[in-house]
Ligand binder design. Sequence first.
Ligand SMILES: Nc1ncnc2c1ncn2[C@@H]1O[C@H](COP(=O)(O)OP(=O)(O)O)[C@@H](O)[C@H]1O
Ligand SMILES: [Mg+2]
Length: 318
Amino acid sequence: MKQDIAHNNYQADAAIEVKDLAKHYGDVRAIDGISFEIDKGEFFGFLGPNGAGKTTTVRVLTGIIGPDGGSARVMGHEAGSLEAKQVMGVVPEMANAYLDLTAWENLMLMGELYGVSSGERQERASGLLRQLELFPRKDGLVRTYSKGMKQRLILCMALISDPRVLFLDEPTSGLDVQSTRLIRRMLQELNRNGKTIFLTTHDMDEANDLCQRVAIIRKGKVVAIDSPEKIRLATSNLHSVLVCLDGCIPDEELERLPGVNGLKNHGDKYQLYTDDPGNLVVNLVNHCSGRNVQIISLSTLAPSLEDAFLALTGGESQ
Ligand SMILES: Nc1ncnc2c1ncn2[C@@H]1O[C@H](COP(=O)(O)OP(=O)(O)O)[C@@H](O)[C@H]1O
Ligand SMILES: [Mg+2]
């Protein structure tokens, strides 16, 4: 991938260009020489577990901190420059609305900071608040908002300047279902209307549902850049059912159940891998009742990011 980028100059249609970017904190290589390009109008995911370097990358790209090495450009402007800041909207990891102002006042203040005219900021604020279902509460103090409402307001604030590129750092992490759904729907619509979106997440389903391309990041390095379909395929047979039985059924018998792709023993439990956990649970329950063996506990497990990394990188640890 580095070679691809090295042999040509930055592309004119790139919205975000990152080349050999590095950022260290003492001995910790938070970003360890990453390179990628994102096209204008692309919905790009930055997927990785906690501590992978997602927030550090967003902070460099949005100009909060400077890199130790390499370069980053947004819409052709150097990250951190005023020009770059003017074309972007940011939903940072930590919310930053004023709690003792209303949602409306926060939006007016943000619009003013970005030099949006009074008429325009009122019109945009009304539209955004309606889309994110906050309009009826627009005159309430942000202090009285739920976490999900605050996050929806932060998204409105990021959009008040009608930015061309939107950065979001785990925007739905820990939110209620309704806020998550509203935010995801809004992002899809923004992207349909041409906005470039850079979204970090540790949620493979979110990356699968929203993104056109995903960089998989681990320990400050990009380990793969792939379509979500590739991640989906790599992880689809990594679902599993964990079961504890009050009685003995031989491993071979469990492995032969329809839908089982593999089996692991964990102490007194069996972990059965499958791409269809719902169906496997039914088969398992039927089989056990036919053998007069009781099920003590049973749970279904989604693939972990660690499993996905191993599947996508062919078992390499980096
Ligand atoms: N301000 C900081 N000072 C020291 N270490 C930091 C700082 N910010 C991040 N790190 C470290 O850099 C690594 C990447 O962190 P971060 O970018 O926050 O990851 P992510 O957002 O993917 O969870 C982690 O090991 C983290 O502990
Ligand atoms: Mg983070």
